[in-house]
Design a protein around this ligand. Sequence first.
Ligand code: ADP
Ligand code: GLC
Length: 485
Amino acid sequence: MKVLFVASEVTPFAKSGGLGDVSAALPRALQGRGHDVRIVMPMYSRVRKAGRSFEPVVKDAQIDLGGLRVIFSIYEAKLPDAEVPVYFVWCPSLYDRPGIYTQDSDEHLRFIVLSWASLVLCQRLGFSPDIVHANDWQTALLPLLLRTAFSWDRLFARTKTVLTIHNIGHQGGFDAKILPHTGMANDAHLFHQDFLREGRVNFLLTGILYANAITTVSPTYAREIQTPEHGVGLDSFLRSRRDVLFGVLNGIDEGEWNPGTDRSLPANYSAEDLSGKEKCKEALLAAAGLPYVTGVPLLGIVSRLAWQKGFDLCFGVLPQLFASRAVQMVVLGTGEPQYEALFHGLARRFGKQVTYRPGFSEPLAHQIEAGSDFFLMPSRYEPCGLNQMYSLRYGTAPIVHRTGGLADTVSPFDARRERGTGFVFNHFDEGGLRYGLSAALATFGQGRPEDRARMATLQRNGMRQRFGWDERIGSYESIYKLLAA
Ligand code: ADP
Ligand code: GLC
Protein backbone atom coordinates (compact mmCIF):
# COMPACT_ATOMS: atom_id res chain seq x y z
CA MET A 1 0.00 0.00 0.00
CA LYS A 2 1.04 3.60 -0.53
CA VAL A 3 0.76 5.52 2.73
CA LEU A 4 1.24 9.24 3.36
CA PHE A 5 1.87 9.71 7.10
CA VAL A 6 1.60 13.31 8.30
CA ALA A 7 2.59 14.36 11.80
CA SER A 8 3.70 17.42 13.75
CA GLU A 9 6.63 15.58 15.36
CA VAL A 10 8.87 12.68 14.35
CA THR A 11 11.78 11.33 16.43
CA PRO A 12 14.72 12.07 16.13
CA PHE A 13 14.02 15.24 14.13
CA ALA A 14 11.58 16.80 16.59
CA LYS A 15 9.99 15.25 19.66
CA SER A 16 8.01 16.58 22.60
CA GLY A 17 6.49 13.27 23.70
CA GLY A 18 5.23 9.89 22.56
CA LEU A 19 3.75 11.14 19.29
CA GLY A 20 7.29 11.68 17.99
CA ASP A 21 8.31 8.12 18.84
CA VAL A 22 5.19 6.59 17.30
CA SER A 23 5.48 8.72 14.15
CA ALA A 24 8.89 7.18 13.50
CA ALA A 25 8.33 3.62 14.68
CA LEU A 26 4.96 2.97 13.02
CA PRO A 27 6.10 4.05 9.51
CA ARG A 28 9.33 2.09 10.00
CA ALA A 29 7.30 -1.02 10.88
CA LEU A 30 4.96 -0.48 7.92
CA GLN A 31 7.92 -0.23 5.61
CA GLY A 32 9.27 -3.45 7.12
CA ARG A 33 6.06 -5.10 5.92
CA GLY A 34 6.70 -3.90 2.37
CA HIS A 35 4.48 -0.80 2.22
CA ASP A 36 5.55 2.41 0.49
CA VAL A 37 5.36 4.91 3.37
CA ARG A 38 6.29 8.59 3.21
CA ILE A 39 6.32 10.91 6.21
CA VAL A 40 5.66 14.65 6.11
CA MET A 41 6.48 17.08 8.94
CA PRO A 42 7.50 20.73 9.37
CA MET A 43 11.10 21.88 9.03
CA TYR A 44 11.37 23.36 12.53
CA SER A 45 14.67 25.10 13.18
CA ARG A 46 15.69 22.24 15.50
CA VAL A 47 15.48 19.82 12.55
CA ARG A 48 18.46 21.43 10.79
CA LYS A 49 21.22 19.99 12.97
CA ALA A 50 24.84 19.71 11.93
CA GLY A 51 25.54 16.45 10.13
CA ARG A 52 22.06 16.14 8.60
CA SER A 53 21.64 16.69 4.90
CA PHE A 54 18.48 17.38 2.99
CA GLU A 55 17.64 17.05 -0.70
CA PRO A 56 15.41 19.71 -2.26
CA VAL A 57 12.23 18.19 -3.69
CA VAL A 58 9.81 21.09 -4.22
CA LYS A 59 10.95 24.67 -4.70
CA ASP A 60 8.79 27.69 -3.87
CA ALA A 61 5.32 26.23 -4.07
CA GLN A 62 2.51 28.68 -3.50
CA ILE A 63 -0.87 28.32 -1.84
CA ASP A 64 -3.55 30.91 -1.26
CA LEU A 65 -5.39 30.59 1.99
CA GLY A 66 -8.21 33.10 2.21
CA GLY A 67 -6.24 35.99 0.79
CA LEU A 68 -3.04 34.92 2.49
CA ARG A 69 -0.26 33.81 0.15
CA VAL A 70 2.05 31.18 1.66
CA ILE A 71 5.24 30.10 -0.10
CA PHE A 72 7.03 26.94 0.97
CA SER A 73 9.64 24.47 -0.23
CA ILE A 74 10.05 20.80 0.60
CA TYR A 75 13.24 18.93 1.46
CA GLU A 76 13.80 15.22 1.91
CA ALA A 77 15.90 13.13 4.29
CA LYS A 78 15.66 9.51 5.39
CA LEU A 79 14.49 8.17 8.71
CA PRO A 80 17.58 6.77 10.50
CA ASP A 81 17.93 2.97 10.19
CA ALA A 82 15.27 2.85 7.50
CA GLU A 83 14.75 3.93 3.94
CA VAL A 84 11.53 5.74 4.83
CA PRO A 85 11.56 9.17 3.14
CA VAL A 86 10.77 12.08 5.44
CA TYR A 87 9.66 15.28 3.72
CA PHE A 88 10.15 18.55 5.56
CA VAL A 89 8.00 21.55 4.80
CA TRP A 90 10.29 24.57 4.79
CA CYS A 91 8.55 27.84 5.59
CA PRO A 92 10.74 29.81 8.01
CA SER A 93 8.12 32.44 8.84
CA LEU A 94 6.00 29.64 10.34
CA TYR A 95 8.47 27.06 11.64
CA ASP A 96 11.65 28.88 12.66
CA ARG A 97 10.68 29.19 16.31
CA PRO A 98 12.24 27.77 19.48
CA GLY A 99 9.41 25.34 20.27
CA ILE A 100 7.58 22.69 18.26
CA TYR A 101 4.25 24.06 19.47
CA THR A 102 3.58 27.70 20.31
CA GLN A 103 0.93 29.91 21.84
CA ASP A 104 1.31 32.31 18.90
CA SER A 105 -1.70 33.75 17.12
CA ASP A 106 -0.88 31.86 13.90
CA GLU A 107 -0.63 28.38 15.48
CA HIS A 108 -3.57 27.22 13.34
CA LEU A 109 -1.81 28.39 10.19
CA ARG A 110 1.39 26.49 10.98
CA PHE A 111 -0.47 23.20 10.76
CA ILE A 112 -2.96 24.13 8.05
CA VAL A 113 0.10 24.74 5.88
CA LEU A 114 1.55 21.36 6.89
CA SER A 115 -1.63 19.60 5.73
CA TRP A 116 -1.88 21.54 2.48
CA ALA A 117 1.80 21.09 1.72
CA SER A 118 1.61 17.34 2.20
CA LEU A 119 -1.04 17.05 -0.52
CA VAL A 120 0.79 19.46 -2.83
CA LEU A 121 3.83 17.23 -2.33
CA CYS A 122 1.85 14.18 -3.52
CA GLN A 123 0.86 16.13 -6.64
CA ARG A 124 4.44 17.15 -7.37
CA LEU A 125 5.71 13.59 -6.86
CA GLY A 126 2.79 12.00 -8.67
CA PHE A 127 2.36 9.94 -5.49
CA SER A 128 -1.18 8.58 -5.29
CA PRO A 129 -1.66 7.43 -1.69
CA ASP A 130 -4.04 4.61 -0.83
CA ILE A 131 -4.06 5.97 2.72
CA VAL A 132 -3.48 9.42 4.13
CA HIS A 133 -2.75 8.87 7.82
CA ALA A 134 -3.27 12.00 9.93
CA ASN A 135 -2.30 12.36 13.59
CA ASP A 136 -3.96 14.58 16.22
CA TRP A 137 -5.56 17.98 15.63
CA GLN A 138 -2.58 19.39 13.77
CA THR A 139 -3.32 17.29 10.69
CA ALA A 140 -7.00 16.53 11.28
CA LEU A 141 -8.16 18.81 8.45
CA LEU A 142 -6.66 16.41 5.88
CA PRO A 143 -9.81 14.28 5.41
CA LEU A 144 -11.93 17.36 4.67
CA LEU A 145 -9.25 18.91 2.45
CA LEU A 146 -9.32 15.78 0.32
CA ARG A 147 -13.09 16.10 -0.02
CA THR A 148 -12.99 19.78 -0.92
CA ALA A 149 -9.91 21.69 -2.10
CA PHE A 150 -8.24 18.57 -3.55
CA SER A 151 -11.30 16.62 -4.69
CA TRP A 152 -10.83 17.66 -8.33
CA ASP A 153 -7.52 15.80 -8.55
CA ARG A 154 -7.82 12.21 -9.88
CA LEU A 155 -4.58 11.46 -8.04
CA PHE A 156 -6.62 11.19 -4.84
CA ALA A 157 -9.65 9.45 -6.36
CA ARG A 158 -9.02 6.25 -4.39
CA THR A 159 -7.39 7.80 -1.34
CA LYS A 160 -8.85 6.89 2.07
CA THR A 161 -8.09 8.63 5.35
CA VAL A 162 -7.20 7.46 8.84
CA LEU A 163 -7.09 9.85 11.80
CA THR A 164 -5.21 8.68 14.89
CA ILE A 165 -6.12 10.43 18.13
CA HIS A 166 -3.09 10.43 20.41
CA ASN A 167 -4.61 12.82 22.90
CA ILE A 168 -8.15 14.15 22.89
CA GLY A 169 -7.15 16.81 25.40
CA HIS A 170 -5.70 18.87 22.54
CA GLN A 171 -8.31 19.61 19.86
CA GLY A 172 -7.14 22.64 17.93
CA GLY A 173 -10.11 24.82 18.84
CA PHE A 174 -9.92 28.28 17.23
CA ASP A 175 -12.02 31.35 16.66
CA ALA A 176 -14.16 30.87 13.55
CA LYS A 177 -12.62 33.97 12.00
CA ILE A 178 -9.61 31.83 11.01
CA LEU A 179 -11.86 29.70 8.77
CA PRO A 180 -10.70 31.42 5.54
CA HIS A 181 -7.12 30.40 6.40
CA THR A 182 -8.11 26.75 6.11
CA GLY A 183 -8.58 27.42 2.39
CA MET A 184 -12.06 25.96 2.71
CA ALA A 185 -14.16 29.09 3.26
CA ASN A 186 -16.43 28.07 0.35
CA ASP A 187 -17.12 24.83 2.14
CA ALA A 188 -17.97 26.39 5.50
CA HIS A 189 -21.23 24.38 5.52
CA LEU A 190 -19.13 21.22 5.96
CA PHE A 191 -17.71 22.35 9.32
CA HIS A 192 -19.82 21.55 12.36
CA GLN A 193 -22.59 24.15 12.30
CA ASP A 194 -23.27 24.33 16.05
CA PHE A 195 -19.65 25.17 16.66
CA LEU A 196 -19.59 27.74 13.83
CA ARG A 197 -22.67 29.45 15.24
CA GLU A 198 -20.83 29.75 18.53
CA GLY A 199 -17.93 31.30 16.64
CA ARG A 200 -15.59 28.32 16.87
CA VAL A 201 -13.91 25.75 14.66
CA ASN A 202 -12.51 22.54 16.07
CA PHE A 203 -9.86 20.81 13.94
CA LEU A 204 -9.98 17.45 15.72
CA LEU A 205 -13.77 17.28 15.48
CA THR A 206 -13.55 18.05 11.75
CA GLY A 207 -11.24 15.06 11.39
CA ILE A 208 -13.55 12.86 13.45
CA LEU A 209 -16.46 13.79 11.19
CA TYR A 210 -14.69 13.16 7.87
CA ALA A 211 -11.95 10.55 8.34
CA ASN A 212 -12.79 7.15 6.83
CA ALA A 213 -11.48 5.49 9.97
CA ILE A 214 -10.48 6.79 13.38
CA THR A 215 -7.99 5.06 15.58
CA THR A 216 -6.72 5.78 19.03
CA VAL A 217 -3.74 4.39 20.84
CA SER A 218 -5.17 1.81 23.23
CA PRO A 219 -8.36 -0.26 23.50
CA THR A 220 -9.26 1.20 26.90
CA TYR A 221 -8.83 4.78 25.68
CA ALA A 222 -11.03 3.97 22.66
CA ARG A 223 -13.81 3.12 25.11
CA GLU A 224 -13.07 5.99 27.48
CA ILE A 225 -13.24 8.77 24.89
CA GLN A 226 -16.78 7.70 24.03
CA THR A 227 -17.87 8.70 27.56
CA PRO A 228 -18.65 12.23 28.77
CA GLU A 229 -16.05 11.81 31.51
CA HIS A 230 -13.14 11.36 29.08
CA GLY A 231 -14.43 12.62 25.73
CA VAL A 232 -13.62 16.30 26.41
CA GLY A 233 -16.80 17.33 24.61
CA LEU A 234 -16.33 15.04 21.59
CA ASP A 235 -17.74 11.80 23.05
CA SER A 236 -21.09 12.01 21.26
CA PHE A 237 -19.36 12.45 17.88
CA LEU A 238 -17.11 9.49 18.60
CA ARG A 239 -20.07 7.37 19.63
CA SER A 240 -21.79 8.16 16.36
CA ARG A 241 -18.68 6.93 14.50
CA ARG A 242 -17.99 3.91 16.69
CA ASP A 243 -18.32 1.48 13.77
CA VAL A 244 -15.07 2.89 12.36
CA LEU A 245 -13.33 3.70 15.66
CA PHE A 246 -10.51 1.31 16.62
CA GLY A 247 -8.25 1.15 19.67
CA VAL A 248 -4.80 -0.11 18.69
CA LEU A 249 -2.16 -0.22 21.39
CA ASN A 250 1.07 1.56 20.45
CA GLY A 251 4.20 -0.49 20.10
CA ILE A 252 7.65 0.53 21.25
CA ASP A 253 10.89 0.46 19.33
CA GLU A 254 12.47 -2.61 20.91
CA GLY A 255 15.81 -1.90 19.25
CA GLU A 256 16.08 1.62 20.63
CA TRP A 257 14.79 0.57 24.06
CA ASN A 258 16.73 -2.58 24.88
CA PRO A 259 18.60 -2.88 28.19
CA GLY A 260 20.74 -5.60 26.61
CA THR A 261 22.30 -3.25 24.05
CA ASP A 262 21.47 0.31 25.20
CA ARG A 263 24.58 2.47 24.70
CA SER A 264 23.40 5.16 27.12
CA LEU A 265 23.82 2.73 30.03
CA PRO A 266 26.95 2.05 32.08
CA ALA A 267 26.09 -1.68 32.09
CA ASN A 268 23.77 -3.86 30.02
CA TYR A 269 21.50 -6.55 31.40
CA SER A 270 18.68 -8.92 30.53
CA ALA A 271 15.95 -10.97 32.21
CA GLU A 272 18.43 -13.87 32.41
CA ASP A 273 21.16 -11.79 34.03
CA LEU A 274 19.91 -8.78 35.96
CA SER A 275 23.23 -7.93 37.63
CA GLY A 276 23.88 -4.92 35.35
CA LYS A 277 20.72 -3.24 36.59
CA GLU A 278 22.17 -2.56 40.04
CA LYS A 279 25.22 -0.98 38.38
CA CYS A 280 22.87 1.28 36.43
CA LYS A 281 21.25 2.31 39.72
CA GLU A 282 24.59 3.11 41.34
CA ALA A 283 25.68 5.17 38.34
CA LEU A 284 22.36 7.01 38.13
CA LEU A 285 22.50 7.95 41.80
CA ALA A 286 26.10 9.09 41.46
CA ALA A 287 25.22 11.24 38.44
CA ALA A 288 22.25 12.64 40.36
CA GLY A 289 24.47 13.47 43.34
CA LEU A 290 22.61 11.12 45.66
CA PRO A 291 24.18 8.53 48.00
CA TYR A 292 23.81 4.84 47.12
CA VAL A 293 22.66 2.75 50.07
CA THR A 294 21.67 -0.90 49.53
CA GLY A 295 18.13 -1.62 50.52
CA VAL A 296 16.82 1.87 49.68
CA PRO A 297 14.34 1.88 46.77
CA LEU A 298 14.62 4.43 43.96
CA LEU A 299 11.64 5.94 42.15
CA GLY A 300 12.04 7.38 38.65
CA ILE A 301 9.96 9.92 36.71
CA VAL A 302 10.47 10.99 33.07
CA SER A 303 7.60 13.11 31.86
CA ARG A 304 6.14 16.19 30.36
CA LEU A 305 4.99 18.00 33.49
CA ALA A 306 1.42 18.57 32.35
CA TRP A 307 -1.97 18.38 34.07
CA GLN A 308 -2.65 15.12 32.19
CA LYS A 309 0.20 13.38 34.00
CA GLY A 310 -1.47 13.53 37.42
CA PHE A 311 1.36 14.99 39.51
CA ASP A 312 -1.23 16.97 41.47
CA LEU A 313 -1.53 13.89 43.65
CA CYS A 314 2.13 14.19 44.60
CA PHE A 315 1.77 17.50 46.49
CA GLY A 316 0.04 15.83 49.40
CA VAL A 317 1.72 12.43 49.24
CA LEU A 318 5.43 12.74 48.44
CA PRO A 319 6.61 15.12 51.22
CA GLN A 320 5.14 12.75 53.78
CA LEU A 321 6.70 9.75 52.06
CA PHE A 322 10.22 11.18 52.01
CA ALA A 323 9.92 12.47 55.57
CA SER A 324 8.89 9.06 56.89
CA ARG A 325 10.80 6.50 54.83
CA ALA A 326 14.19 5.87 53.28
CA VAL A 327 13.17 6.27 49.65
CA GLN A 328 14.93 8.11 46.83
CA MET A 329 13.69 9.67 43.60
CA VAL A 330 15.15 11.05 40.36
CA VAL A 331 12.90 13.24 38.21
CA LEU A 332 13.47 14.40 34.61
CA GLY A 333 11.00 16.69 32.88
CA THR A 334 9.79 20.18 32.14
CA GLY A 335 6.41 21.75 31.90
CA GLU A 336 3.94 23.69 33.97
CA PRO A 337 5.54 25.86 36.67
CA GLN A 338 3.60 24.43 39.62
CA TYR A 339 4.97 20.91 38.98
CA GLU A 340 8.49 22.19 38.39
CA ALA A 341 8.18 24.04 41.71
CA LEU A 342 6.96 20.85 43.40
CA PHE A 343 10.01 18.86 42.34
CA HIS A 344 12.44 21.74 42.96
CA GLY A 345 10.94 22.02 46.44
CA LEU A 346 11.28 18.29 47.17
CA ALA A 347 14.90 18.32 45.97
CA ARG A 348 15.69 21.27 48.25
CA ARG A 349 13.95 19.81 51.28
CA PHE A 350 15.13 16.21 50.87
CA GLY A 351 18.60 16.82 49.45
CA LYS A 352 19.90 13.26 50.00
CA GLN A 353 16.76 11.65 48.64
CA VAL A 354 15.50 13.64 45.67
CA THR A 355 17.10 15.10 42.52
CA TYR A 356 15.19 17.04 39.91
CA ARG A 357 16.61 17.68 36.42
CA PRO A 358 14.47 20.19 34.56
CA GLY A 359 15.14 19.68 30.87
CA PHE A 360 14.92 17.18 28.04
CA SER A 361 17.57 14.48 27.73
CA GLU A 362 17.31 11.21 25.79
CA PRO A 363 20.32 9.55 27.47
CA LEU A 364 19.14 10.50 30.97
CA ALA A 365 15.66 9.18 30.12
CA HIS A 366 17.24 5.81 29.29
CA GLN A 367 19.39 5.89 32.45
CA ILE A 368 16.37 6.57 34.66
CA GLU A 369 14.40 3.76 33.02
CA ALA A 370 17.28 1.38 33.74
CA GLY A 371 18.52 2.59 37.11
CA SER A 372 15.24 3.04 38.98
CA ASP A 373 13.46 0.31 40.94
CA PHE A 374 10.03 1.78 40.24
CA PHE A 375 8.66 4.18 37.62
CA LEU A 376 5.98 6.58 38.79
CA MET A 377 3.22 7.46 36.31
CA PRO A 378 0.07 8.54 38.17
CA SER A 379 -1.56 9.97 35.00
CA ARG A 380 -5.00 11.47 35.34
CA TYR A 381 -5.63 10.07 31.87
CA GLU A 382 -3.21 8.34 29.49
CA PRO A 383 -4.18 7.53 25.88
CA CYS A 384 -1.42 4.93 25.66
CA GLY A 385 1.80 5.92 27.39
CA LEU A 386 5.15 4.66 26.22
CA ASN A 387 7.17 5.19 29.37
CA GLN A 388 5.48 2.41 31.30
CA MET A 389 6.30 0.02 28.45
CA TYR A 390 9.92 1.19 28.38
CA SER A 391 9.99 0.66 32.15
CA LEU A 392 8.65 -2.88 31.91
CA ARG A 393 11.26 -3.71 29.31
CA TYR A 394 13.96 -2.32 31.62
CA GLY A 395 12.76 -4.32 34.64
CA THR A 396 11.53 -1.17 36.38
CA ALA A 397 8.07 -1.83 37.79
CA PRO A 398 5.58 0.93 36.95
CA ILE A 399 3.29 2.45 39.57
CA VAL A 400 0.27 3.65 37.59
CA HIS A 401 -3.31 4.86 37.75
CA ARG A 402 -5.66 2.38 36.03
CA THR A 403 -6.57 4.46 32.98
CA GLY A 404 -6.20 4.27 29.18
CA GLY A 405 -3.13 2.46 27.95
CA LEU A 406 -1.78 2.09 31.48
CA ALA A 407 -4.70 -0.21 32.26
CA ASP A 408 -3.94 -2.22 29.11
CA THR A 409 -0.23 -2.71 29.75
CA VAL A 410 0.42 -2.99 33.49
CA SER A 411 -1.06 -5.78 35.62
CA PRO A 412 -1.04 -5.77 39.43
CA PHE A 413 1.75 -7.79 41.00
CA ASP A 414 0.66 -10.76 43.10
CA ALA A 415 3.74 -11.97 44.99
CA ARG A 416 2.20 -15.22 46.15
CA ARG A 417 1.24 -16.36 42.66
CA GLU A 418 4.30 -14.69 41.13
CA ARG A 419 2.13 -12.93 38.59
CA GLY A 420 1.81 -9.33 37.46
CA THR A 421 4.16 -6.58 36.37
CA GLY A 422 3.52 -3.46 38.44
CA PHE A 423 1.31 -1.52 40.85
CA VAL A 424 -2.05 -0.24 39.73
CA PHE A 425 -4.37 2.04 41.68
CA ASN A 426 -8.01 2.44 40.73
CA HIS A 427 -8.97 5.79 42.18
CA PHE A 428 -7.33 9.00 41.07
CA ASP A 429 -6.85 10.50 44.50
CA GLU A 430 -4.14 10.73 47.13
CA GLY A 431 -5.34 7.51 48.74
CA GLY A 432 -4.90 5.75 45.41
CA LEU A 433 -1.35 6.97 44.97
CA ARG A 434 -0.48 6.12 48.59
CA TYR A 435 -1.80 2.61 48.04
CA GLY A 436 0.28 2.18 44.85
CA LEU A 437 3.44 3.44 46.51
CA SER A 438 3.06 1.36 49.64
CA ALA A 439 2.37 -1.82 47.65
CA ALA A 440 5.54 -1.15 45.66
CA LEU A 441 7.65 -0.43 48.74
CA ALA A 442 6.32 -3.52 50.51
CA THR A 443 7.37 -5.60 47.51
CA PHE A 444 10.82 -4.03 47.62
CA GLY A 445 11.16 -4.88 51.31
CA GLN A 446 14.50 -4.30 53.03
CA GLY A 447 16.77 -5.73 50.40
CA ARG A 448 17.09 -9.10 52.18
CA PRO A 449 17.66 -12.16 49.94
CA GLU A 450 13.96 -13.10 49.97
CA ASP A 451 13.04 -9.49 49.10
CA ARG A 452 15.49 -9.50 46.23
CA ALA A 453 14.09 -12.77 44.90
CA ARG A 454 10.57 -11.29 44.96
CA MET A 455 11.77 -8.17 43.12
CA ALA A 456 13.55 -10.29 40.52
CA THR A 457 10.30 -12.16 39.82
CA LEU A 458 8.49 -8.85 39.35
CA GLN A 459 11.27 -7.52 37.11
CA ARG A 460 11.38 -10.62 34.94
CA ASN A 461 7.60 -10.67 34.56
CA GLY A 462 7.83 -7.15 33.10
CA MET A 463 10.85 -7.84 30.93
CA ARG A 464 9.18 -10.86 29.36
CA GLN A 465 6.23 -8.81 28.07
CA ARG A 466 6.31 -8.10 24.34
CA PHE A 467 5.38 -4.60 23.20
CA GLY A 468 7.14 -4.41 19.84
CA TRP A 469 5.49 -3.09 16.69
CA ASP A 470 5.60 -6.57 15.14
CA GLU A 471 2.77 -7.47 17.48
CA ARG A 472 0.71 -4.39 16.50
CA ILE A 473 1.35 -3.65 12.89
CA GLY A 474 -1.20 -6.21 11.67
CA SER A 475 -4.01 -4.14 13.20
CA TYR A 476 -3.09 -1.07 11.16
CA GLU A 477 -2.71 -3.18 8.03
CA SER A 478 -6.19 -4.64 8.54
CA ILE A 479 -7.69 -1.18 8.94
CA TYR A 480 -5.92 0.09 5.80
CA LYS A 481 -7.06 -2.98 3.85
CA LEU A 482 -10.62 -2.63 5.06
CA LEU A 483 -10.71 0.95 3.78
CA ALA A 484 -8.98 0.19 0.50
CA ALA A 485 -11.49 -2.57 -0.21
P1 ADP B 1 3.31 11.70 26.25
O1 ADP B 1 3.37 11.48 24.79
O2 ADP B 1 1.93 12.00 26.72
O3 ADP B 1 4.29 12.71 26.73
P2 ADP B 1 4.36 8.98 26.45
O4 ADP B 1 4.63 8.13 27.63
O5 ADP B 1 3.58 8.37 25.34
O6 ADP B 1 3.68 10.32 26.98
O7 ADP B 1 5.72 9.41 25.77
C1 ADP B 1 6.64 10.25 26.38
C2 ADP B 1 7.93 10.18 25.60
O8 ADP B 1 8.64 11.39 25.80
C3 ADP B 1 8.85 9.08 26.07
O9 ADP B 1 9.65 8.65 25.00
C4 ADP B 1 9.71 9.80 27.12
O10 ADP B 1 10.92 9.18 27.35
C5 ADP B 1 9.87 11.14 26.46
N1 ADP B 1 10.13 12.25 27.37
C6 ADP B 1 9.24 12.98 28.08
N2 ADP B 1 9.86 13.94 28.79
C7 ADP B 1 11.18 13.79 28.55
C8 ADP B 1 12.36 14.48 28.99
N3 ADP B 1 12.28 15.51 29.83
N4 ADP B 1 13.55 14.05 28.53
C9 ADP B 1 13.62 13.01 27.66
N5 ADP B 1 12.56 12.33 27.21
C10 ADP B 1 11.35 12.71 27.63
C1 GLC C 1 0.11 11.20 23.41
C2 GLC C 1 -0.42 10.55 24.68
C3 GLC C 1 0.35 9.32 25.09
C4 GLC C 1 0.64 8.43 23.89
C5 GLC C 1 1.34 9.24 22.81
C6 GLC C 1 1.66 8.41 21.57
O1 GLC C 1 1.14 12.08 23.66
O2 GLC C 1 -0.45 11.46 25.75
O3 GLC C 1 -0.39 8.59 26.04
O4 GLC C 1 1.45 7.34 24.28
O5 GLC C 1 0.51 10.29 22.40
O6 GLC C 1 0.50 7.86 20.98
